[in-house]
Every structure is written in structure tokens, then in C-alpha cells.
Design a protein around this ligand. Structure first.
Ligand code: MG
Ligand code: MG
Length: 263
């Protein structure tokens, strides 16, 4: 069942989403060769608590940490480690915050130092596919319109679209209905309605779409060990149009990136 949110609830959810955005912006300055994901995880937990939030992932389904830190061929759900990151790595950072009873949940894939142009292209196309998906979150459409748009953009660039993991409704729970797959058919699935709040989160692989799970019971890896990227925003449907509650602005200010697709 899809739980529609009031305007007041959407404003509370914007606060939760922006808490995540600010946390990711703080981390953006710290991500460099030699740093461990466990160190970043501790920084994030402290930052979230200092700002009146609760880490949203810690303890959720038994997950041990504040951040999901997925390095290179890890797609999502990576557990932070004490292994230093290296020049040329990419790290997908997914963060949740619970504030005022509502969850924020958003993610960005960062370059560690200089990365290869083909890896940068994977990051760019994955982020583009997120915004292309968001454009379809509007009155008159269905979830499948978002799914199809993401899949089409990724596949026409030669990438694999992960199917086993999907975006989702968001609210007082981290995962609510509806599911928001990154693949599908136009006109399929639940109808979009004002008050819906969803996390749209393409997980795009440079090679095969196939994945496997590490023995740690969490980390999802690409089956061919090629890199994977993940970008996620929280979006509300307001007056028939998408209202992006989270923002990459803090990250991109910290990284000195100007990007016209960024909201
Ligand atoms: Mg997430
Ligand atoms: Mg999510």
C-alpha cells in the first residue's frame, strides 16, 4: 500500500533528505587516496548525531554501520572496511538519516583521486539516468515510465542495469511501497499521485547486469568484477511535478564541480 504524504510531512522529509545531503557534502571533502571507508563511516555517524539525526541504516535489517560503502565492483550494501582507498577507485556512498520520524535516503558515487575516463563516463551516465528518471515522475505517468527511462538511457550507453535491487517509497519507514525498478515498460505499474515520496536510485554496471553477493551476507558485487555506480535522490510528487527533496549541491560545491543537471 502506498502511503501518500501531506505537504507538512513532505517538508519534514525534506529536512531528513537534506541531512543526508549535508552529510555527503561533508564526506566529499574527506574522500581521497589513503582514507578508509570505516573512518568515513565514523565521521558520518558523528555528524548525523551532532545535527540531531539518527543514522538510518545502522541496525536496519541488522546492517552494522551508518554508511553503505561500495567500492569499485561493489554495487550497493558494502560494509565499511579499514582498507585504505586507492587512487583511481570509485566509492558509492549510500546514507540514511531518521529525523522527526521520517527517513532520508540518498547516494552518490565518488571518484577517489583521478579515475579513468571510461569510469568517469559510467558515473556521468548513471547520474544522468537518475535525472532522466526523475523527469518522468509526474502526473499522468506510472512507475514504469520512470523505470523505462532509466533503463533506456543506461542501455543505450552500453551499460548493464541491475534488476535485483530497486528504488522504493520512503516515509516513516525506509522502505515503503511502491517498488521503483530501474528497468521496465512504459505505462506499467502503479499510477503516480500527488503526495507520493520515492527514492529513485539507478544502479548501473559498466559490464554485465548480473550480480552476486559476497559471503559477508551484505555486499552486492558485479558478476564480472567491472565497476558499478549508484546515484539516489528522494523525490516528492507535488502539484503533478517532481520536487527533489535531497540535493547534490553540497557535494558538488565541495568538489568544485559545476554541473547543469544538478539541482
Ligand atoms: Mg540509499
Ligand atoms: Mg534507497
Amino acid at each position: 500500500m502506498v502511503i501518500l504524504k501531506t505537504r507538512e510531512e513532505i517538508e519534514l522529509m525534506r529536512e531528513s533528505a537534506l541531512s543526508v545531503s549535508r552529510t555527503l557534502g561533508m564526506l566529499a571533502k574527506e574522500i581521497k587516496p589513503g582514507v578508509t571507508s570505516l573512518y568515513l563511516d565514523r565521521l558520518a555517524e558523528e555528524y548525523i548525531r551532532d545535527n540531531g539525526g539518527i543514522p538510518g541504516f545502522k541496525g536496519l535489517y541488522g546492517f552494522p554501520n551508518t554508511l553503505c560503502m561500495s567500492l569499485n565492483s561493489a554495487v550497493v550494501h558494502g560494509i565499511p572496511t579499514d582498507i585504505p582507498m586507492e587512487e583511481g577507485d570509485i566509492i558509492s556512498v549510500d546514507c540514511g538519516v531518521l529525523k522527526n520520524g521520517y527517513y532520508g535516503d540518498h547516494a552518490y558515487t565518488f571518484a577517489v583521486g583521478e579515475i579513468k575516463p571510461e569510469v568517469q563516463r559510467l558515473l556521468d551516465v548513471t547520474k544522468e539516468s537518475l535525472y532522466i528518471g526523475i523527469e518522468q515522475f509526474k502526473a499522468g505517468n506510472r512507475i514504469g515510465d520512470i523505470s523505462w527511462a532509466i533503463q533506456n538511457h543506461a542501455e543505450k550507453n552500453g551499460y548493464g542495469v541491475v534488476r535485483e535491487l530497486v528504488g522504493h517509497g520512503l516515509g516513516k519507514k525506509m522502505h515503503e511501497d511502491p517498488e521503483v525498478p530501474n528497468y521496465g515498460k512504459r505505462g506499467d505499474g502503479p499510477k503516480l499521485k500527488d503526495g507520493m515520496v520515492i527514492a529513485i536510485e539507478p544502479m548501473i554496471n559498466m559490464g554485465t547486469r548480473n550480480i552476486k553477493q559476497l559471503k559477508d551476507g551484505w555486499t552486492i558485487l558485479t558478476a564480472d568484477k567491472k565497476p558499478s555506480a549508484h546515484f539516489e535522490h528522494d523525490v516528492a510528487l507535488v502539484d503533478g511535478k517532481p520536487d527533489i527533496l535531497s540535493t547534490f549541491k553540497y557535494i558538488e560545491e565541495a568538489l568544485g564541480i559545476s554541473n547543469k543537471t544538478v539541482e
